[in-house]
Design a protein around this ligand. Structure first.
Ligand code: 0X9
Ligand code: ZN
Length: 335
């Protein structure tokens, strides 16, 4: 089973509660924090920092970042992220190898970056005014500033354009912002936003990464069983670090059975999370696309089996995402 023992998709309040509990029960190892910017609809975004003597922030250790749910409907992304936090906490107590790796690093996890969108998608009802048909498959955040006036009012959930309005947080980062593979329309599924970092959700990650020594970052999405590395757009020169990026991507893919490719090989994208973090910090960055069955299919497959490596397509016998994340941590600890 999973490090937490969980068997079903969490709600936003469960993420919040569990993160605070993990910190409360492990005060020397885990710190819960609120990111700098409240979401468009005013929700706090919560993260965890996991390190030996966690409150001693100025220790200069390499920082390994794991983030989930930029895209609202991609529920396994936040599940794998919070399970990784449990993995580190449990492992610190029970597994000398994990304790050793945690001791050399600072680990940050932010399970739900797009809290407004996730809340809409996760809480959509089977029928009625707030039906799944309208809201469960929401992708973007709840930005209204760019919508036509009649769609600018009310919260996402109450507005008829609630699913369509918003900025794609994975097109709003500054690197290559506004290039290929991002929409310029307020209701486009890949709307890039009014400008680089126009959204509080992306500014949160910008601020978090900028003030620390981030050497490694994974941003989790669904779906496709892919490990994607920079660059996200084909007409960009391959980065000098391509052999290093490829080697670690391929190593992690040998654990979870995903396909390891440069992300432009899927399709062009600009303004994405790990392109920005890689070009800004030099830290190795990857997108994982979890599972092949959809945005949030059966938990037992997309979360339990893919995390633990019991799914044939996801590293059966080779460790699954658990083992891939441990490789990433190993890279942070011993570059
Ligand atoms: O289009 C996206 O943002 C990602 N796929 S998803 O189905 N989860 O929306 C893929 C992004 C790939 N490109 C980069 N990571 N650069
Ligand atoms: Zn996504």
């Amino acid at each position: 089973g999973l490090p937490s023992g969980r068997t079903s998709y969490r709600h936003l309040y469960e993420y919040e509660y569990e993160m605070k509990e993990l910190a409360r029960r492990n005060p020397k190892l885990v710190r819960a924090f609120t990111l700098n910017h409240a979401s468009v609809e005013g929700r706090d975004v919560t993260g965890l920092e996991i390190a030996t003597d966690v409150t001693n922030a100025a220790d200069g250790k390499p920082v390994n970042v794991t983030v989930g749910v930029h895209h609202a409907r991609e529920w396994p992304a936040s599940e794998h992220t919070i399970e990784w936090a449990y993995e580190l906490v449990n492992g610190y107590q029970r597994d000398p190898a994990i304790k050793g790796l945690v001791g050399k690093t600072r680990n940050i996890v932010v399970p739900v970056v797009n809290v407004d969108g996730f809340s809409i998608s996760r809480e959509a009802e089977p029928k009625g005014d707030f039906s799944r048909f309208d809201y469960e498959m929401k992708r973007k955040n709840c930005q209204t500033a760019d919508s036509p006036p009649q769609f600018r009012t009310g919260i996402c959930k109450a507005n008829p354009a609630g699913k369509d309005r918003g900025t794609d947080p994975n097109r709003n980062y500054a690197t290559f912002w506004g290039g290929n593979g991002a929409s310029t329309s307020w209701n486009g599924e890949t709307f890039r936003g009014a400008g680089p970092f126009s959204e509080p959700e992306t500014r949160n990650i910008r601020d978090l990464v900028s003030k620390r020594q981030v050497t490694n970052l994974i941003t989790l999405h669904t779906y496709g069983n892919l490990i994607l590395r920079p660059p996200g757009v084909a007409d960009t020169r391959a980065p000098l670090d391509e052999p290093v990026l490829k080697a670690l991507g391929d190593k992690m893919a040998s654990r979870n059975g995903y396909r390891s490719i440069p992300s432009w090989g899927l399709y062009d994208t600009t303004g994405t999370t790990e392109d920005w973090s890689f070009w800004t910090t030099g830290g190795l960055g990857y997108t994982f696309e979890i599972n092949t069955a959809g945005f949030h299919p059966a938990y037992q497959n997309a979360v339990v089996a893919e995390y633990t490596g019991t799914a044939p397509a996801a590293g059966a016998g080779k460790g699954g995402n658990r083992a891939a994340f441990l490789d990433m941590l190993g890279s942070a600890a011993d570059p």
